[in-house]
Design a binder for this molecule. Structure first.
Ligand code: ARG
Length: 580
């Protein structure tokens, strides 16, 4: 059976044909093979158009040469030239049947493992201590988690790291405030309202000079490593971490305590980073601050933009920590690929970090660093979502509301226990939020719309979850699980269409990971569910009039569809319940 994508396999054949016919060398991807939308055509090859131009020949002639030399054995039924030089490909029915038959025994459903696995270090989540997580952290957690799952499934090694904002001057005032609140280092404390705590500290800092003075003194103690101060700081970090863990748990995001590599982790490494930059002659002192000016970055006035690595007052900032982070993961942890799932407003920051790291030799040609940016979440009014009172929305409240709303969707299931219904509501509610986030191009803003994300039809999680449960219920009714090796017979166009879709999972996974775009997998899953409903409408499965052999074959297609939907959803971090 084919491991990988049908389009790539066709591409390989076109590559071979071009080599013999015209002595032209291209890659399978350059063969421009695309699934066709025309009736009766499976794939289209568009390479003759661009090649014709390059070779100074009529594209139709190039297409003719390709077709004449195409090795069609086993795979291709017909290759026909259309229009100005497209090649329309029809696959052999026997081949499709064989592939579908073999698919049922394959738990990777045709997806090949990476030939050259890489080691990814992926920065995602990254909330700030003593602050409630907001919707930006929601997006980072959801997208990052899906990428971890996808890349691991492809066979890469993936190390998540949660770049917790847990260091810097605000901690002076936060620690002083918690001392005022009577915190001691002996016992565990909780903060009901993390945002409130931060705001109170801020208010006191602005209004009370004595408090402000103590806070500044506290920063010095913290940075000097004073034991008592560090212990209080640790309490604050722990309390926040418990809060983050609760949200990750609710979301089903894989981040744990062990994945935390906060800003404080890099703090002891900062002097070395600056020393190395200085030794390499990359720094300049500007206005008393130590800066690096990466080439090519200027402001509107054409002035060079600095990356400030050490401030005038001797303190280190956000940029210094990110330089240390990249250096740590490539040098000390052997990462080949660095991904940062952070909102698009930080695009320039990361571009500058990467440029400096390249200059410093911390990122080489062997490495790949990429900022995985994402847009904002907007309310239905097109503005950043807020609570009715106008405040920023707390993540926990949002998730709770999603689950509550989903509960009304599963409320009719009276045969279920309360626990089962709660689990379902969670799968549907959290799935709705995750899928709404993942199913659009991540770089764009997206509209947060409860009705749309919980709709039973359309490109939503619950639509896919429901399609899957309908298939499972049909299989239960059939009273038999299709066994691996049960032959698939394709008699109707709708069956053929479904099989073509099922065989495109490898292509969908590859296109999603290639540019870190989970929405490509979502689109594919939606198309698969749609192809299934077309099949289900036209091809009776359990009807008495369906011959045995055909019924079994159709049950295989149903089971495969369920396997594809379940695996696909799991790669997005979304549950596929057995009943809904
Ligand atoms: N804590 C930051 C924030 O809330 C995001 C950190 C992103 N990661 C990084 N390596 N800079 O905006």
């Amino acid at each position: 059976m084919l491991h990988g994508d049908v389009g790539t396999e066709l591409g390989r054949r076109v590559v071979a044909a071009l080599r013999t016919a015209l002595d032209v060398a291209i890659t399978p991807a350059e063969a421009l093979i695309r699934p066709s939308t025309r009736d009766g055509v499976d794939y289209q090859c568009n390479v003759a158009m661009s090649l014709g131009k390059k070779l100074g020949r009529a594209p139709r002639d190039v297409a003719r040469d390709i077709v004449a030399h195409l090795d069609s054995a086993d795979l291709i039924e017909d290759a026909e030239i259309a229009g100005p030089g497209f090649i329309n490909v029809v696959l052999r029915r026997e081949w499709l049947q064989q592939q579908a038959t073999a698919l049922l025994g394959d738990d990777r459903l045709g997806v090949a493992e990476a030939e050259r696995p890489r080691r990814f270090a992926i920065d995602y989540g990254s909330p700030n201590v003593a602050k409630e997580m907001h919707v930006g952290h929601l997006r980072s957690s959801i997208i990052g988690d899906a990428l971890v799952r996808l890349l691991r499934f492809e066979g890469h090694e993936v190390v998540p790291h949660n770049h917790l904002g847990d260091w810097g001057t605000p901690f002076g005032m936060l620690i002083e405030h918690l001392i005022d609140e009577g915190w001691t280092t002996g016992s565990e404390h909780t903060i009901g309202d993390l945002n409130g705590f931060y705001q109170e500290a801020r208010k006191k800092f602005d209004a009370d000079p004595d408090f402000a003075g103590r806070s500044r003194q506290r920063v010095v103690l913290l940075q000097g490593g004073d034991e008592h101060t560090l212990a209080l700081w640790q309490q604050l970090v722990d309390e926040s971490t418990r809060h983050f863990e609760k949200v990750y748990g609710l979301l089903g995001v894989g981040l744990t305590r062990d994945d935390i590599y906060g800003e404080s982790f890099y703090n002891p490494r900062l002097p070395n980073v600056i020393d190395e930059l200085e030794a390499k002659g990359l720094t300049e002192v500007s206005d008393g601050a130590v800066c690096v000016f990466p080439p090519g970055f200027t402001n509107r006035e054409g002035e060079r933009l600095p990356l400030i690595v050490r401030k005038r007052d001797g303190g280190y900032g956000y940029a210094a920590t990110d330089l240390a982070t990249a250096r740590y993961w490539t040098r000390e942890r052997g990462a080949t690929d660095l991904l940062y799932v952070v909102g698009t407003p930080q695009a320039q920051h990361f571009a500058m970090i990467f440029a400096v790291c390249s200059k410093a030799g911390w990122l080489t040609d062997e490495h790949h660093a990429e900022h995985i940016g994402f847009g904002s979440i907007l309310g239905t009014d097109g503005k950043t979502i807020r609570t009715r009172a106008g405040g920023s929305i707390k993540l926990v409240d949002l998730l709770t509301e999603a689950i509550d709303r989903a509960a009304t969707v599963v409320a009719e299931r009276s045969e279920l226990t309360a626990d089962q219904r709660a689990a379902l509501a969670r799968a549907v509610g959290v799935g709705a939020i995750k899928y709404a986030d993942l199913s659009g191009d991540r770089e764009k803003d997206y509209l947060f719309d409860w009705d749309r994300m919980l709709a039973m039809d359309g490109n939503t999680a619950v639509y896919l979850q429901y399609a899957n449960t309908r298939i499972l219920s049909m299989l239960r009714k059939a009273g038999e699980e299709p066994a691996a090796g049960t032959p698939v017979h394709l008699t109707e166009p709708a069956e053929r269409e479904l099989v073509l879709k099922l065989l495109q999972l490898p292509a969908a996974v590859a296109s999603a990971t290639e540019v870190y775009a989970p929405h490509k997998l979502c689109t594919y899953l939606y198309e698969t569910a749609t192809a299934f409903s077309g099949f289900y409408e036209r091809c009776p499965v359990l009807a008495a009039s369906t011959p045995d052999e055909i019924r079994r074959s159709r049950l295989v297609l149903a089971k495969l569809t369920s396997n594809v939907l379940t695996l696909g959803l799991s790669l997005l971090g979304i549950d596929a319940p057995e009943r809904l």
